[in-house]
Design a binder for this molecule. Sequence first.
Ligand SMILES: [Zn+2]
Length: 100
Amino acid sequence: MNQHNKQNPVNKTDSVGVLQCIVCNKALKEALTGRVDQPSGGLAFQSHGHYGSTAFDPMDGHYLELNICDDCLRRLSKQKLISVAAAPCYQPAPRELWTP
Ligand SMILES: [Zn+2]
């Protein structure tokens, strides 16, 4: 167990890479077989945390990942709750569930 896991234990007994919308709980299927980081009908989002968060800011390369379905993205966009910006694409890495 690395330092991150001591501070922010993860539940390794559950499946890794939950394909479920964090907003409406809709189950999402894999867009590509065996790729839990690429939901069909939604997007995966990652955050490495940042200064200001009291929940997650490990500063060791770990990041959180969550999914939002396309229907929720459209609805939240109409509510002006989503911004867009240009940034480089992320590199996929092994993931595990986060339990604060
Ligand atoms: Zn949703």
